[in-house]
Structures are given as C-alpha cells and as structure tokens.
Design a protein around this ligand. Structure first.
Ligand code: ZN
Ligand code: ZN
Ligand code: FE
Length: 764
C-alpha cells in the first residue's frame, strides 16, 4: 500500500552540481510534511533557499553545492505520505541569502491540487501516548506530520491550519514551539494540539452533557453492554462490546439490522485470537490507510457467531484514531465499531444530526468539527493484494490515474446502491467517499454536498454529467444541479467493465464479464450476467445468462424463495416447484401462478438472483435481510466444504447472435445430487466458473481477444473470483480485475466517467 517514491520526469544526472534551482513539485505534497522535510534536507546538505506551498504545488528554491545529492535524498527519503506526481526544474540566478526558510502560503487552489487522505495514528505518536511522562499521554487527539486527519477536516487549499476545522483551536506556547521547530516531528503539522489547547471530549446522554470525565463515563456504560456513538475521523461509529450478545442485540435493534455483519475494532493481538491473519493481511491492517480487513475466523469463533452469523469471515480494523486507541486500551476487549447511519445512508458526521440520539444510549463526542464524511474502507486480501469492498477513508480523495486524457471535465453520479461519484479531469479521476444507498433525500443531499466540496477543492466544474441508464435511479436528479453540463447515460454493466479497464490503465479491447444483482439493460429488462467485447471507446454485448422470470421484481431480491421457484419452473421441475411453493402457503401458490403465467414481474439475466435462487433451493435461507445475504452465506457454505471440482452440466446456445449461458441443467443436477449442502454449493461455484471459461473461449476466438476483465458485485465472492481467474489464466487469458475500486456498484462511477469522457475524444 506504499506509494512509489521515484520522481517522474527527471534525470538526476541532468541536474547541475551547484548553483540555484527553482523546482515545482505536484502530487500529494501538501499536508504531508513535505516542506519540513525539504527544510531538514536543505540543512543537511548546507543549502540555502526557500520553500512554499503555491496553489497545489510546492515551490522550492535551493542554492549551494551538492544539488544532485540533495535531489537523490529527496527521491529516497520523501515523507511516507507524499506522492510526487510531477517535478519541473529550472536553473536560476544565485541570490544572496544566509539560510533556508519556509515562506507563508499564498494564492488559491488550482486544478492540479491534491489532498492527502486521513492517515492512521503513526507508531511514534502511539509511543508518546503510552508514555505516562509525556504531555500527550493518552491524549485522544494526538497527531503529527506523518499521521492524523486530513481530507475530513480540510475546508480549502492551500492546506494550512486556518483552512481546516482546527482553526478554532489556537496553539498553546508549547505546541507553537513544536510547530515552528524544524527538528520536531510536528514541524508545520496543521492539526497539532495537546491537552492544553486542543479539542475536548464531551459525553452526552439524552441530549444532556454530563459533567463526568467523558471517556471514563463512556467506558463505564460500554462495560454495561450499552451502545455508545463515538465521534471518529470521518463520522460517528456505534460502539458496543463485540463479545456481548445482549449488547449486540441492542445494537441490532437500534440499527434495525437483523443479520448484517458488524465491523470490529481490536488490537492485533486480540484479532489474532479470533482470526487467522496472513502476512499480507497484517500489512494491510497496519497500513497508514488502516481499512477494515475481512479475515478468516477460527472455527466456531464466538465473535463470528455474534457479529457475523453464518459467515466465515470477520471484518476487523485496528484503532486508527488516537481516541479509539485509548478506548480499546481501557475496554481491553474487541469492540463493534459500525458506522452510525440510518438504513445504509451516508455515515452521520454532523454533531447536530437529529438521527444520532435515536441510534444509541449515549454519545461520546468532541468539538473538532468533521467537514467531510468518510466511512471506513472495507477490504480483503486476494492473491496477497488488497481487494476492495468499499473504498473510502484513507484513500479518498487520492485520484486514480487514467490511460487517456479527457477533453472534458466529467462528473459521474454512480448507481443507486453503494453509490460513489467520480470527478474526472484530464488524466485523473477523483472518486468520492462511500455515500451508500441514494434512495432518500438525505442521501442525495449528502452526495450533492460532497460533490460540491470536491469541485471547490480541486477547482473543477463538470461539463458533462454521466448517469446510470435506469430511469428510476434517484441520483439522476442531481444532474439537474448542473444545468450547463451535458448529460450522458451509461449502461450499468458497461460501466462496471469500463471501471476495471480505467483503473488498470487498459483501454481495451477485452472480453468483459459483468456479474451482479441489478442493472438496467439496453432492452429495458434487468441485466446482471453480461458478456461484452470492446474497450473504453465502446462495449458491445455479445452474451448473457439465460433470462429468467423474476416474480414481483424487487420483492424477489428481498425474498429469494420467489426466484428459486422461478428457477424450478424454468428447469421443468414441476413436482418440485409445487412442493416448494406449498412451503409458503397461499403466498407460495400465488407466486407459482405468476411464474407460470409470467405476469407481474420482469425478465432478468441477473447473476445475483441466480445465486439467490440457488441458495434458497439448497436451503441456506429464504429471505435476504440485507443485500446479498444468501449469496454470502452460500459462499461461506462452499468455502467450508470439501472442494469437489466436478462441474454440473450446462448449455451454451446462440440466440439473436448472442451467446447464452443456460444453467437449467446445472440446477436440475444440483437438486438431484445427494451430497451435502456445502459440497453442492462448492460444485455450483465450480460449474459457474467453468461455464464462464467456456463462454470466453468461444467469444475470445470469435473476437481474437485473450484479455478478460471481471467486474460486478458477484465478484466480491472471492471463491468464484479465484476459480474464474485461475481457469482463465490456465487457458491462456490475461485477467484484469478491480484493484483500486470495488467490483460492486461502488466502482461504477469511474466507468461511467471514463465511457462518457471517451465519447468526446476525437478519433486519432
Ligand atoms: Zn504521528
Ligand atoms: Zn498545546
Ligand atoms: Fe452493479
């Protein structure tokens, strides 16, 4: 997860050995200790000159001998959070000067600006906090140039204290000294503070501020199994003891969340008591981004049963804010740390949020305002690399580099679930924080606010707004907020494939497989199992899963037994269908009738619904209490089972020039299979992976393409991803998968923006 430090566009050998140079650095060079670093470097090599932030850049003038050595040092030892994107230099006339100084920042932000994401507490700060003789002993707002909040507290640029939400805390003499001392770790660290001058904790019950020591009061309540909202870096968490069943039940009641797994926070030692942690996973947990990492739980783990019923992974993160480090220390046990929000809306971050008191027993807050919200990022490790389920805190707003330059500034608004937006400018794409489900006005307002903030930060005005083709997705309303921009509609699954291409720097052509739950198709039906040929200049649908009738449309997504019934009828299993329907009484009979007559529903090629149906047929469950619940449980069953690599039969057919994957035979065979549920679940995964390979072998031969791109929410299923990836590679395909963005709908805004932008690029 470390950024490359090599300086692009520059050959050190070209730099003169002595004289005076003017250098302009762009990239993540503000708010990451870059100027202090240059200051120390200049002293080290006995050079004179000046450095300042100018707009988005850092402007350095440096004079003396050993300039090459100085630059080599810059390249080697730049601060851990910095990322130099470009560096331009000129030789200029020598000046008479005696030392090296940091000049006050001037000017406004411009187009090339970059803002650092929020960074987990660093080891040096954690050490101070553990030292009883240190003035920051257990101080919950400790930070330095290498760590602390950034994106979430920055109001504007250049990045200086008056342009952060720390502006209301004047530094005490001691902090000012550290801030001004070039030898100090906190030299020009904008959020620096201490117990004398920094933010204060506050403990509230039922709207009343309690006089007790806030942290101790919160700990006391938490130890009684209560739920406390805790203000973090990018918003409020709801916290409770992870190992206390009653506390969890209480939290589930507050959140209206039946079974959905909760994220946990604990020390590394605690995590290792509950999960197997590989070296790569450990690195990811301890990275400066400190995301939630989904880890394989030990057999029959108690926390797993409580926090993630039916699953085999637990989502853990380390205490990345100093406040949480103190809290976990005092609790001395793993805690649930779930985003405080209402039904998958954006995380609550505003202290005046009216919904907050209704979600908890008490609130542990403080008076450092959060300006931008950022949910915790969620990751897994796939083949030793991070694989994103959600990209937000720690990564936002770092841009993704594109394989082309866009002639237009494009804003893409994402889908409806797991929404993110993307602001694309020339060859960079800024992906916004996780917004969540944009069905409500609150969520839409949050998305709009975040978009406007990004536009201001990066001085961008969208000329094109890209939206999903779905006529009923509410966030298309946001397009109206940019009346001067042209609106481009992008098909959902094309956006998924374009997202993989854009972030992999691959313009295509490729064979794309998009497998997900729901997306509006070009023919007005619901798609979700799609095969494409093409690239960023355009994708052509060349195949799909066999369309199946979805009784009741959206109701089927919540109640997979409806879909299961439809698959039984489609597979010609009349007797089984009748028996299965009988389990649901009158409702079952009704649904069976609508399926037989194909009225009151839609046709779909959705792979998510296929997983729903199969899970329900195998008796994994009947309802999804959250999106993708049964498919996740089906995957867990398969992962626990003996890996039986024997595919069920299936058929590929040609229809209207498209290649159609028909899995009805597989469903029949799976139902006739007398093996256990887990083995059948495994065989189903294996069958699908083999069928995908067969599809690509045919499509690839026709198109003469051997690169495959995989995306869509179904590929969050890393069992299926691994099988598909391995089979394709074994058969000579190069496989592209999402690396920087999630395969689910959190990734599509980039694809929307990329496809829309390419429409405006003239053919070469
Ligand atoms: Zn630090
Ligand atoms: Zn202070
Ligand atoms: Fe999707």
């Amino acid at each position: 997860m470390k950024s490359p430090k090599a300086i692009p566009d520059i050959r050190l050998a070209d730099i003169p050995e002595k004289g005076r140079l003017r250098l302009r650095f762009t990239g993540v060079v503000q708010g990451v200790g870059f100027r202090p670093f240059l200051y120390r470097a200049a002293k080290k090599f006995a050079l004179t000159g000046t450095v300042k932030n100018q707009g988005s850049e850092v402007l350095l003038e440096i004079q003396g001998k050993h300039l090459q050595e100085f630059m080599r040092h810059v390249e080697r030892s730049a601060p851990p959070l910095s990322r130099i994107e470009t560096l331009k230099w000129d030789k200029i006339k020598d000046k008479r000067e005696t030392g090296f100084v940091i000049l006050e920042s001037k000017g406004k932000g411009d187009k090339d600006v970059m803002v650092s994401p929020d960074i987990a507490l660093c080891a040096a700060c954690a050490k101070e906090m553990a030292d009883p003789s240190d003035r920051r002993y257990q101080y919950p707002f400790t930070n330095c140039t290498d760590c602390g909040p950034r994106f979430t507290i920055i109001e504007g640029l250049p990045y200086d204290r008056p342009k952060t939400t720390m502006k209301k805390f004047p530094m005490c003499p001691e902090c000012r000294k550290e801030y001004g001392d070039s030898g100090n770790r906190r030299y020009h660290a904008q959020p620096v503070s201490c117990p004398n001058c920094g933010p204060r904790l506050q403990f509230k019950i039922k709207g009343r501020i309690e006089k007790k020591e806030p942290l101790a009061a919160a700990v006391k309540l938490l130890k009684k199994g209560k739920v406390v909202a805790i203000k973090g870096i990018g918003g409020y968490h709801l916290a409770c003891q992870a190992g206390n069943g009653t506390a969890l039940e209480r939290l589930r009641r507050f959140k209206g969340r039946e079974n959905k797994p909760f994220a946990l926070m604990a020390t590394m030692a605690m995590i290792q008591r509950h999960c197997r942690v590989s070296a790569a996973e450990k690195r990811l947990l301890q990275s400066p981004q400190a995301p939630i990492v989904l880890l394989e739980a030990k057999k029959n783990d108690r926390l797993l049963r409580l926090a993630a019923p039916g699953q085999n992974r637990l989502g853990f993160m380390l205490p990345y804010p100093p406040l949480h480090l103190v809290l976990i220390g005092k609790m001395n046990e793993p805690m649930v740390m779930t985003s405080a929000n209402v039904s998958d809306e954006p995380i609550l971050f505003d202290d005046t949020a009216r919904e907050l008191p209704g979600l908890c027993d008490a609130i542990l807050s403080h008076d450092r305002p959060i300006l931008s919200f950022a949910d915790d990022s969620v990751t897994m490790v796939f083949e030793k690399e991070p694989y994103f389920i959600r990209r937000s805190r720690g990564f936002v707003p770092l841009p993704i580099a594109l394989p082309f330059s866009s002639p237009k500034t494009v804003l893409a608004l994402g889908g409806m679930l797991k929404t993110t937006f993307c602001l694309l400018d020339r060859e960079r794409a800024f992906i916004g924080p996780h917004i969540g489900d944009t069905e409500s006005n609150t969520a839409l307002a949050a998305e709009k606010r975040a978009v406007l903030h990004f536009m201001k930060l990066f001085s961008l005005r969208p000329e094109v707004v890209a939206i999903d083709k779905h006529p009923a997705y509410p966030n298309r309303l946001l397009a109206g907020a940019f009346p001067e921009a042209e609106v481009v509609e992008v098909q959902h699954h094309q956006a998924h494939i374009a997202s993989v291409l854009a972030e992999n720097g691959e313009p295509g052509p490729v064979l794309g497989i998009a497998l997900d739950g729901t997306g509006y198709g070009d023919d007005g039906t619901i798609w979700g199992g799609e095969f494409f040929v093409g690239g960023l200049r355009g994708l052509k649908r060349v195949g799909h899963l066999l369309p199946v009738f979805l009784p009741g449309g959206d109701a089927a997504a919540r109640e997979p037994w409806r879909t299961a019934l439809s698959f039984l009828v489609a597979a010609g299993e009349t007797g089984r269908a009748t028996r299965f329907a009988a389990r649901f009484g009158r409702k079952g009979a009704q649904v069976l009738e609508t399926v037989r007559e194909r009225r009151g529903g839609v046709m779909t090629t959705s792979c998510g619904r296929l997983f729903d149906g199969v899970a329900s047929l195998l008796g994994v469950g009947e309802r999804n209490s959250y999106e993708g619940e049964l498919p996740a449980l089906l995957q867990a069953e398969a992962e626990r089972a003996r890996p039986l690599k024997k595919a069920y039969p299936y058929a590929l057919e040609r229809e209207n020039g498209l290649l159609v994957l028909d899995l009805r035979l597989a469903i029949e065979a799976m139902l006739a299979d007398r093996r256990g549920r887990g083995e059948r679940a495994y065989r189903f995964h294996w069958t699908l992976a083999n069928a995908l390979l067969d599809m690509l072998l045919i499509l690839g031969q026709e198109a003469k393409i051997t690169t495959a791109a995989l995306s869509g929410g179904v590929f969050q299923n890393i069992l299926l991803l691994k099988m598909t990836n391995d089979l394709l590679q074994k058969n000579g395909f190069t496989v592209l998968r999402q690396r920087l963005l999630p395969a689910n709908d959190g990734g599509i805004s980039l694809g929307q923006a990329a496809l829309a932008a390419m429409k405006y690029r003239k053919e070469r």
